[in-house]
Design a protein around this ligand. Structure first.
Ligand SMILES: Nc1ccn([C@@H]2O[C@H](COP(=O)(O)OP(=O)(O)OP(=O)(O)O)[C@@H](O)[C@H]2O)c(=O)n1
Ligand SMILES: Nc1ncnc2c1ncn2[C@@H]1O[C@H](COP(=O)(O)OP(=O)(O)O)[C@@H](O)[C@H]1O
Length: 192
């Protein structure tokens, strides 16, 4: 399944996983998320694609998170990805320019917006004020059952993962979000 391989890529690239969830979009969410592309020839197909099955969203953190995630994803266009970045996520799993597996935020501003879109419960400023420094100091561990990096002494992180409805595998998207404090946060959404 792509989502397992992508999760492993996230870990291999030293991203800190702050949040993740499985979700499925309806037309409304999909249209709103891609509103900036309305009018482009691929708008309707990307909207349809993103409603075609469940996806997995992440808030990821690390230095240069946005840039790094975009590098790990590879170029938007799948043939370019296959040719110039065959090891990238899109180079490996992308099917078409539209069905290119993953999404990533492209700036701190869009990351902040996209994090709020997917994770309204994630208080970004509170995280920066209260937790970022501890993550920077390396005071975290990976909880393999929760698939999250938690702060030591914070075993009961107030975040939950939602189970996806059992469904066949699909291709996906991952969406990356934010920076601001220098540990940047990224949201990844992906269809599984
Ligand atoms: N009006 C269009 C339609 C398509 N393309 C280009 O045609 C190629 C094929 O589109 P792509 O999305 O990769 O493949 P499809 O087979 O159309 O699949 P999908 O439905 O997933 O988009 C892409 O480079 C796309 O940018 C284009 O330039 N103008
Ligand atoms: N030329 C294109 N042809 C088909 N689909 C596209 C094209 N450009 C963008 N898309 C789709 O719209 C999504 C959003 O586009 P964009 O934000 O420009 O790229 P990225 O996802 O790399 O940040 C892409 O991931 C892809 O699914």
């Amino acid at each position: 399944m792509n989502n397992k391989a992508i999760h492993q890529k996230i870990l291999d690239n030293n991203f800190i996983i702050l949040m993740h969830k499985y979700l499925k979009w309806g037309q409304e969410e999909s249209r709103a998320f891609y509103a900036e592309h309305s009018g482009r020839f691929f708008y309707q197909r990307v909207v349809e694609f993103m409603t075609s099955g469940p996806m997995r969203a992440y808030v990821l953190a690390r230095e240069d998170a946005i840039q790094r995630w975009r590098y790990v994803m590879g170029p938007t266009k799948v043939f370019r990805a296959r040719y110039s970045a065959p090891e990238s996520i899109r180079g490996t799993y992308g099917l078409t320019d539209t069905r290119n597996t993953t999404h990533g935020s492209d700036s701190p501003e869009s990351a902040a917006k996209e994090i709020s879109f997917f994770f309204p419960e994630f208080k970004q400023q509170q995280w920066i004020n209260k937790e970022e420094m501890s993550y920077r100091q390396g005071l975290y561990f990976y909880h393999s059952e929760k698939q999250l990096h938690l702060l030591r002494g914070h075993q009961q992180q107030p975040m939950q993962t939602q189970e996806s409805s059992p469904q066949a595998a699909f291709e996906g998207t991952d969406c990356t979000l934010d920076s601001r404090a220098q540990i940047e946060r990224v949201v990844t959404t992906g269809q599984l």
